[in-house]
Design a protein around this ligand. Structure first.
Ligand code: FMN
Length: 228
């Protein structure tokens, strides 16, 4: 029912908000190229530093990722303290990327963001749309702990990919990492109790190519037509 109301509002807005954002075909090709180019790189130049401006560009691009209800519950912990980085590396199977890459981000999310000033997520939307969605957020999430966690992890995953593709577009390499002691790293970054921790992502200047693609499945193995 709420969706139907939203579609009606959307009809009124089509003229002004839709259409203009469709990329030119060349831009679409660049996106495909970046997707294929991104690899999980393990060796980084420890001397190389991204500029503050570049880090901001990367993080601002990551913020453009979609989230359910535009809740933007990701929280990106940028670790700059060398000692903390060493501690995270020790908790991360001594993976060299953690200290050697220029940027280290611990991907986390606030699973209770839906009840924390939700108006701010629809601040710039037309009032009709904002009212509808803001009032829907609590009944959608309330008492559904699994859903809240699922949403947080979904959003972290999408944001990670945006970050890595943006890095590729800027000529850098990246690596996502889940091989670390989550409890320990959560303690090290002082993760609040109502937040979850996802993977780490590093970005920097790679010094060695990634292994050849380890073995992508054929489309037939993963695409299901209509039903299983
Ligand atoms: C959630 C996630 C966790 C990963 N954890 C690690 C990790 O801890 N260390 C590592 O070297 N690579 C890690 N990888 C990289 C994968 O091994 C890699 O993405 C996969 O082999 C495919 O290679 P490609 O990304 O170069 O295409 C991880 C990837 C993902 C998506």
């Amino acid at each position: 029912m709420r969706w139907r109301a939203l579609l009606r509002v959307d009809d009124h807005l089509k003229e002004t908000t839709h259409g203009a954002a469709r990329p030119a075909p060349t831009e679409a090709m660049e996106a495909i190229e970046a997707i294929y180019k991104r690899r999980a790189v393990k060796h980084f130049d420890p001397e190389h530093r991204l500029t503050e401006e570049e880090i901001k560009t990367l993080l601002q691009a990551t913020l453009q990722s979609p989230t359910s209800f535009n809740i933007q519950h990701w929280r990106f912990v940028v670790v700059t303290d060398p000692e903390l980085r060493q501690q995270i590396r020790a908790a991360g199977n001594d993976q060299a990327q953690i200290t050697d890459a220029s940027l280290l981000v611990v991907m986390t999310a606030d699973i209770k963001a839906w009840e924390k000033e939700p108006n701010r997520y629809w601040r710039d939307a037309p009032k009709q749309v904002a009212d509808l969605l803001v009032n829907w957020m609590a009944p959608f999430h309330e008492g559904k702990e699994q859903l809240q966690r699922d949403e947080a992890m979904r959003s972290i995953g999408i944001a990670m990919q945006t970050l890595m593709i943006a890095a590729t577009g800027m000529g850098y390499e990246s690596c996502p990492m889940i091989g670390f002691d989550h409890t320990l790293v959560a303690q090290l970054i002082k993760l609040p109790a109502d937040h979850v921790i996802g993977p780490l992502v590093v970005v920097g200047r790679g010094t060695k190519e990634a292994w050849p693609k380890p073995g992508q499945l054929d489309l037939e193995q993963v695409v299901i037509q209509n039903h299983f």
